[in-house]
Ligand binder design. Structure first.
Ligand code: PPS
Length: 568
């Protein structure tokens, strides 16, 4: 059957003149400053990447998507695209009203005609969409700890796309890609989705897929939001550019997709298929553990390695795009080539470097063999990820007041300065409260703001190659986790639980605060009248009872050495 030439896909933008007019009028509307994830979603809503969606999901569509993977009218759509807002903002908004959606600099990107506002059942959303209400899943964590409590649904009127200053020439809307394919006469196009640098296994897989599908190849990496801890998109795009000449330019192209991934495995694969269909592709590669989020809090995989392929297969016809399934590709030494794991002849020597192993080799400055990757890619990765002993990192002490955090942290700072090499900053609880958080008290909300500020400063120090030593109480697991994520985007995060018991802290009572807390003269005092959630997976636990400060600081130093953060 001949394949129809690609027609343009509907976008949600109004004409330039209308947009100018709307922009002026929108100045009087209530406005919502969108989060980075919402901006990604809005871009794909407006440019047709999320077609047939016309806006953020209303409650009826949301419930239907969560429960059945379909919009209320029955159309297949597996991912809830929702506009989450704060309770405070939602309280001032009524259905029927228009609101201006702005980027983080305040530029108006779109108008939302609010259809309804609703409070979602987030636990249910987590179970149904991500398979478990477990915050080890990055999207479930986002849902509970980042996203606002109320969703606004309604149609979008697009004014302008979000502005990107990076890699502009490599970003294409669905219609730009469709026009490109039309112009080149590409009727069959197989898309390769990725959030990682391309190594030789990926090249082999994409070549094979293009051959199997008798199609042209679109390398379509995600540059919106990916899994926390992934290699940043700037580095990745430089890596992609470094290997593009390994592909025949007459049959292959690369374009960047500003998608905010959810790591939802099977549902995500179906969603990715719909998005690629909208971008004019006829085929889509689904490999092993597509959009996998890693391990759950029991240490098991959230999804089976081929669950995504199974679900895709079930819906392929409706998605309107053909799946090119792939098994895990491995290097077969005797043949000096990559093969799908299930095609390898018995008795062959199979070589493989996992993502974790690659990170280890980069972190330790070890060899990365040519059979695994391209020298240009490795050079680019090494530029961004120098060995750990040259990277910035954060040591985050947490524990009760009077547990000895500050004393150990001070000792650590001096020892690290004695070693030299990297600048060291101490963000002690008391110091931070004086210089960064003087207006804050000790409510949960204020403690969270305080810790996030510390996390932000520590992540900047880490990014710039320094050592940040933090020593706040930081009593909440979720907040410590979000600080960890902020820092791990740039370097190691070493959580040290100073596990001195409440009895011992109270016995010492070096500042006399426990006495005041017992007398009720200090309210919300951690360990007495306010909670302390002890870390369950800290890199190190130190108990100061009966221990010299010097010994405790040594334990931390040894930990840093064993993690490769300081040279042995
Ligand atoms: S938090 O929860 O992480 O924001 O607390 P933090 O900023 O580390 O607290 C700094 C010091 O404030 C003193 N202090 C209190 N601690 C706990 N609860 C209450 N209500 C309180 N009020 C004052 C306390 O001395 C903390 O210092 P450290 O160094 O931990 O003893």
């Amino acid at each position: 059957m001949p394949i129809q030439p690609l027609a343009p896909i509907p976008e949600l933008f109004v004409s330039y003149e209308s947009a100018q007019k709307l922009k002026t009028e929108a100045a009087d509307l209530p406005s919502w400053d969108m989060t980075p994830r919402q901006i990604c979603d809005l871009e794909l809503l407006m440019n047709g990447g999320f077609s047939p969606l016309k806006g953020f999901l209303t409650e009826e569509d949301y419930t239907s998507v969560v429960e059945t993977m379909r919009l209320a009218d029955g159309t297949l759509w597996p991912m809830p695209i929702t506009l989450d807002v704060s309770q405070n903002f939602a309280d001032g908004i009524e259905p029927g009203q228009d609101i201006a959606l702005r980027d983080q600099e305040g530029v108006i990107l779109a108008i939302l005609s609010v259809g309804d506002k609703y409070t979602p059942d987030k636990a249910r959303e987590a179970e149904m969409v991500f398979g478990a209400d477990d915050i080890a899943h990055p999207a479930v964590n986002y849902l509970h700890n980042v996203a606002g409590p109320v969703y606004l649904g309604g149609a979008i009127t697009g004014i302008q796309p979000p502005v990107h200053y990076d890699f502009r020439a490599r970003r294409d809307t669905p219609n730009e890609l469709r026009a490109y394919f039309r112009k080149l006469g590409w009727r069959r196009v197989v898309a390769f989705q990725t959030r990682n640098p391309l190594h030789r296994a990926h090249q082999e897989l994409t070549f094979r897929a293009a051959k199997e599908a008798q199609a042209n190849l679109l390398i379509h990496p995600v540059v919106g939001m990916t899994k926390p801890g992934d290699i940043d998109h700037f580095t990745r795009v430089r890596c992609y550019e470094a290997v593009l000449d390994q592909y025949p330019s007459a049959t292959t192209t690369m374009s960047l997709l500003n998608l905010a991934m959810r790591m939802a495995g099977p549902r995500e694969a179906v969603w990715h298929g719909l998005i690629r269909k909208n971008h004019g592709c006829s085929h889509f590669i689904v490999g092993r553990d597509h959009a996998g989020p890693g391990k759950n809090s029991q240490g098991e995989d959230f999804y089976g390695p081929y669950d995504a392929q199974d679900l895709f297969k079930e819906y392929a016809e409706e998605i309107g795009i053909e799946m090119v399934p792939f098994k895990h590709m491995v290097f077969v030494q005797e043949r000096a080539e990559y093969q799908p794991a299930d095609e390898v002849a018995e008795g062959s020597t199979v070589l493989n470097i996992s993502g974790t192993e690659l990170r280890r080799r980069l972190a330790e400055g070890l060899e990365i063999p040519d059979w695994f990757s391209f020298p240009a890619v490795v050079a680019e990765l090494r530029r961004t990820r120098p060995p750990r002993s040259q990277q910035g990192f954060t040591v985050f002490f947490t524990g009760l007041s009077g547990s000895g955090k500050s004393t150990i942290a001070n000792a650590m700072m001096v020892k690290l300065m004695e070693m030299g090499g990297r600048p060291v900053t101490l963000l002690d609880g008391d110091v931070v409260r004086k210089h960064l958080s003087s207006e804050l008290g000790f409510s949960k909300e204020h403690r969270d703001i305080n810790i996030r500020r510390i996390g932000y400063v520590a992540s900047e120090i880490t990014k710039n190659g320094g050592i940040a030593i933090c020593a706040p109480i930081a009593p909440y697991t979720a907040t410590r986790r979000s600080v960890r994520e902020m820092v791990e985007a740039y370097g190691a995060f070493v959580e040290v639980h100073v596990a001195t018991s409440i009895e011992e802290c109270e016995r010492r009572d070096r500042k006399g605060l426990y006495k005041l807390a017992r007398e009720g003269k200090i309210k919300e005092f951690t360990g007495i009248s306010d909670p302390y959630e002890a870390p369950e997976a800290a890199e190190l636990v130190v108990d100061t009872e009966g221990m010299e400060v010097d010994f405790c600081a040594q334990q931390v130093l040894l930990k840093l050495e064993s993690m490769g953060l300081i040279a042995g």
